[in-house]
Design a protein around this ligand. Structure first.
Ligand code: F6P
Length: 369
């Protein structure tokens, strides 16, 4: 029988996503309503592992007052990092080199010292893998699935995705008119890492004529042919959405920076490549637009806000019920709990038989295949 909870700590890790503040606020309220104390760790676990960086404290008390009025704000009041994996923490050596050290024990010690009974960790695949390892080492942990990429397994949706897709769709709406006025091809690169969810959902919703996603390696000749075909029918402009992780059948992913100590590979640049190749093949005026980090900002949509609040409060209920080592997840219409072990290290990509993909085909959208 686990002892009752009196105090929990919250951390947000990985790239930020709209809805994180709604998670923080709802965890704090649900915890406070049970008489629990709530702490917030700065920048993933940096607040514990590098306290010298935080003159005002690397861990702060989160009261109802502190989180009042933040649910609709983008970002995270706790800060976040995708360079702070405590299992492989980049640590500077006296000779100037950087080595990765396993510093998880310091987190366990901190929790014991500060009487923290459990952690709520909101993050993507990297953060949830860390959550899984921390619970294996003895901490009570509940994970909350966050990423604009929607690439986490065992949950239908992550919060942040809907906001990113809505904004990308709005951008496509705006690009339609300028593309049409100038009879141009606009190539729009969107984030999503190795999954095409954002590109596919925004592309179909925003009326794109071609959508290139990592799940379907493309043949640029097919895309050029689709644009020529539109031209032949008097449709003299086209919109092409390209996921940052898309790759040609004959090519490779475009990588801006390779994985380095404590940092994952950075993708980007495919939009320009596709634009150049289409200009050469169609003779048309082509422009590339990279939406990039704009997709991560802004106020969460209603869907994301509600999902974040449902996830945050469900995480607290999970701890109250004595659960640990689970992630809250959306299994329509309910929030459910799934083992972290079944999420960590797995990626959810667009299934090739998905009806959303088929929707695009039936609408005549070119996937480059
Ligand atoms: O995982 C979220 C995400 O925005 C990806 O879509 C993108 O590839 C990556 O993070 C960018 O990370 P960074 O903020 O380090 O550039």
């Amino acid at each position: 029988m686990r002892p009752p909870i009196r105090r929990i700590a919250l951390s947000t890790g990985g790239g930020d996503a709209p809805g994180l503040n709604a998670v923080i606020s709802s965890v704090v309220w649900a915890a406070a309503n049970r008489g629990w104390d709530c702490l917030g760790i700065r920048d993933g676990f940096n607040g514990i592992l590098t306290p010298e960086r935080y003159p005002q404290g690397g861990v702060e008390r989160l009261t109802r007052e502190r989180v009042r009025g933040i649910s609709h704000l983008g970002g995270t009041i706790l800060g976040t990092t995708n360079k702070g994996n405590p299992l492989r923490f980049p640590t500077h050596q006296p000779d100037g080199s950087v080595v990765e050290l396993d510093r998880a024990q310091e987190i366990l010690d901190y929790c014991r010292r500060e009487a923290i009974d459990a952690l709520v960790m909101a993050g993507g695949d990297g953060t949830l893998a860390i959550a899984d390892e921390l619970q294996r080492r003895g901490l009570r942990v509940v994970g909350v699935p966050k990423t604009i990429d929607n690439d986490l397994d065992r949950t239908h949706t992550t919060f942040g995705f809907d906001t990113a897709v809505s904004f990308a769709t709005e951008c496509l709406d705006r690009l339609h008119s300028t593309a049409e006025s100038h009879q141009r091809v606009m190539v729009v690169e969107v984030m999503g890492r190795y999954a095409g969810w954002i590109a596919l959902h925004a592309g179909i919703s925003g009326g794109a004529h071609a959508i290139l996603i990592p799940e379907i390696p493309y043949d640029i000749e097919r895309v050029a042919a689709a644009i020529r075909e539109r031209d032949a029918h008097g449709r003299l402009y086209s919109l092409v959405v390209v996921a940052e992780g898309a790759q040609a059948r004959t090519g490779q992913r475009t990588v801006l920076a390779p994985a380095a100590a404590g940092h994952v590979e950075r993708l980007g640049g495919i939009g320009e490549q596709v634009a150049l190749a289409l200009a050469q093949r169609t003779g048309k005026d082509v422009r590339a637009v990279v939406l990039g980090h704009l997709l991560r900002g802004g106020s969460p949509t209603t869907f994301d806000r509600l999902a974040a609040k449902r996830f945050g409060t469900a995480a607290v209920r999970a701890l109250e019920q004595g659960l640990s080592g689970v992630m809250v997840a959306l299994s329509h219409p309910n929030v459910v709990y799934v083992p972290l072990a079944e999420v960590a290290g797995r990626m959810k990509v667009v299934p090739l038989d998905s009806d959303t993909l088929q929707t695009g085909r039936d609408l005549g959208i070119c996937y480059g295949d």
